[in-house]
Design a protein around this ligand. Sequence first.
Ligand SMILES: CCCCC/C=C\C/C=C\C/C=C\C/C=C\C/C=C\CCCCC(=O)SCCNC(=O)CCNC(=O)[C@H](O)C(C)(C)COP(=O)(O)OP(=O)(O)OC[C@H]1O[C@@H](n2cnc3c(N)ncnc32)[C@H](O)[C@@H]1OP(=O)(O)O
Ligand SMILES: Cc1cc2nc3c(=O)[nH]c(=O)nc-3n(C[C@H](O)[C@H](O)[C@H](O)COP(=O)(O)OP(=O)(O)OC[C@H]3O[C@@H](n4cnc5c(N)ncnc54)[C@H](O)[C@@H]3O)c2cc1C
Length: 667
Amino acid sequence: MSFLNKEICDGDNPDLTEERRTATFDTDRMAQVIYGSEKFAARRRQITKSISRIPALQDTKPLAFMTREEKITEACRELDVLSDHWEQLIYVNDEEEALHLHREVIGMEGHPFALHETMFIPTLVSQASDEQQEKWLGRARKREIIGCYAQTELGHGSNLRKLETTATYSPSTQEFILHTPTITALKWWPGALGKSSNYAIVMADLVIKNKSYGPHPFIVQLRDEKTHQPLPGITVGDIGPKMAFNGADNGFLGFDHFRIPRGNLLMRHNRVEPDGSYLKPPHAKIGYSSMVKVRSRMAMDQGLFMAQALVIAVRYSAVRRQGFLEDKSQEVKVLDYQTQQHRLFPSIARVYAFIFCGLETIQLYEKLILDVNKNGDTSGMADLHSLTSGLKSVVTHFTGQGIEQARMACGGHGYSMASYISEIYGVAVAGCTYEGENMVMLLQCARALVKAVELVEEGHPEKLSPMMAYLTKPSVTVDLTVGPEAYVKIFQLIAKKQAFKATEQLHKFMVAGDSRDVAWNKSAVELTKASRLHTRLYILKTFIRRVESITDISVKAALTDLLNLHLNYELLDVASYALADGIMSSTQMDFIKNQLYSSLEKIRPNAVSLMDSFQFSDLQLRSVLGRRDGHVYQNLFEWAKSSPLNQSEVLPSVTQYLKPMMEKSKL
Ligand SMILES: CCCCC/C=C\C/C=C\C/C=C\C/C=C\C/C=C\CCCCC(=O)SCCNC(=O)CCNC(=O)[C@H](O)C(C)(C)COP(=O)(O)OP(=O)(O)OC[C@H]1O[C@@H](n2cnc3c(N)ncnc32)[C@H](O)[C@@H]1OP(=O)(O)O
Ligand SMILES: Cc1cc2nc3c(=O)[nH]c(=O)nc-3n(C[C@H](O)[C@H](O)[C@H](O)COP(=O)(O)OP(=O)(O)OC[C@H]3O[C@@H](n4cnc5c(N)ncnc54)[C@H](O)[C@@H]3O)c2cc1C
């Protein structure tokens, strides 16, 4: 069957055209599944098309050849152009469209609005009172002001209870006095803080009458709105170059008894009255909701990062020919090698799985904020916190691995910045650290798991949330040939065993006399293993649910192949647990392996189209290897020629050092 696939173009590399002709589904239909709706998938295409008509937004010079300052300047120029066209390009205030616009135009390097859109505005939405929103939200949305989220300090990022920046209330002036008492109290890392933002949400320890109330969010003006100079009492700057993400000015910030009005404490959920009396929030951690928001996005965003790397690697693998199979008259596409497929296809499956989870958790967060803001209902907070803590950790870890495999799958050219994979990798793996270091967040997820196991042990299984219900499932013998549900059952048994084992170990240390904290630390590796399995089970179940709900038959068939690959790959990956506990036999293992290998063969004809379906433009991909038209070699040569080193035949460094050195050696 051949579809009139929109990606097919006669001027393209014939190897890619051939791949596109073999697709068994329509990439526009697949895009609807990826992006959650026909409407949004169509809007994305429309926005991409509109962008392509704005000459000032077409990349001129490769980012790889720019200095950091040039990258930041270029990002600002593009933002300025975007701002002029904002209302024609996207529906104002539509977060997904704004993110698409930024991803497409600015690339991975980051930009001064990265935190404005993802944390500053969302914090105002979730934490500011109606009156405060009236004052700041409109201005922020119109980009009259640029904001960031300043929480992490030089000395503390994970343990928020020890943040040192203070906001001391002065009833006589009705002001908070922000202060940085030590070097370790300097805010350090916030994106776009260094040079771009003129406002920040600052998380500081609220102190009233010598009593500390813990971290609270304040809106703080950092720079003069006319001159952009830092206000007196504020020290602010850039923390220097990073592994990647160098178009963003992550910054430092210190306060010297800097005064802000009482009304700058975000007061949707808690209040400080003029006399200093404090009204506490309905949930102690409600002030952390912006972090939960970003974590709830991360499965989607990381999935898209890995998708970009895989579009590049899969397209390149279809035009790269090296070595022979049966026919010795023509070298084969490297995508035909089983090892190449095994390297790339399981990650393609994970991309789809992660994105399906992201679609779900983004909605869960939106619902939570509605419940909290409209009805004061905080009952969903604990579950979403534990779910997104585990999910961000597992997803970022596998995304890093998948992108690195994509790089290696491109051989030597993958190592060139022309592939753009190194930048994607550098940005993606930052996600293992930001929004909560992965081990720390896995341990947050483990808290909920241990509590659930304890409920089962205490005879209260009815109190378990639906996500934990598998902890009560009895051991059964499973016939894997019956389909996905059998895989779920085995995974549930593995995850359940590990959750009980880790809890048992924790209890054993406590019975032996350790405090819960010490026992927790002695059990931490086992606890993180339990969290990973729990989270991977959620990912697997979400993937199954999503595929079952698809109505387009050909799209569903292609994704069923991918799902089968995922089920077999995941189970094989955790087989050591299953074998050790007698949950699976070695015969079942052989069955899984064979299923996995036949899935690779089934997916092969659709590989390019499964990645084309993400509909990333060449502008967004910024990759010579991943070009939609597949004309890799001539463009690699053009790219290399544009290197600044090639703008003269003899470099000054040769004249100054190498030539004299060689002359000296002749003497
Ligand atoms: C990410 C979006 C990117 C989109 C970009 C899109 C497009 C742009 C395109 C290209 C650009 C390219 C790249 C963009 C990439 C990157 C840049 C973008 C964004 C980067 C953003 C980064 C921002 C940050 O990093 S902000 C700082 C984040 N910091 C943290 O996460 C700190 C981690 N620590 C904590 O959260 C906490 O300290 C803690 C570890 C959870 C512990 O908290 P604590 O108060 O000590 O609590 P305790 O352990 O005692 O627990 C008590 C109890 O409370 C429960 N709890 C804790 N937190 C929560 C919560 N939030 N909600 C509910 N409940 C909570 C905890 O579990 C305990 O419960 P129990 O007692 O066990 O029942
Ligand atoms: C690209 C990037 C962008 C960022 N953007 C922002 C931003 O916009 N705003 C902002 O406020 N911050 C930002 N951050 C900071 C980021 O949120 C923190 O770096 C992160 O939360 C980790 O905290 P940390 O650096 O203190 O790590 P640490 O906690 O010092 O981690 C060091 C090691 O200690 C381990 N560890 C720490 N605590 C425990 C524990 N309880 N149990 C077991 N192990 C533990 C960790 O697992 C890790 O291995 C950004 C960081 C990066 C890299």
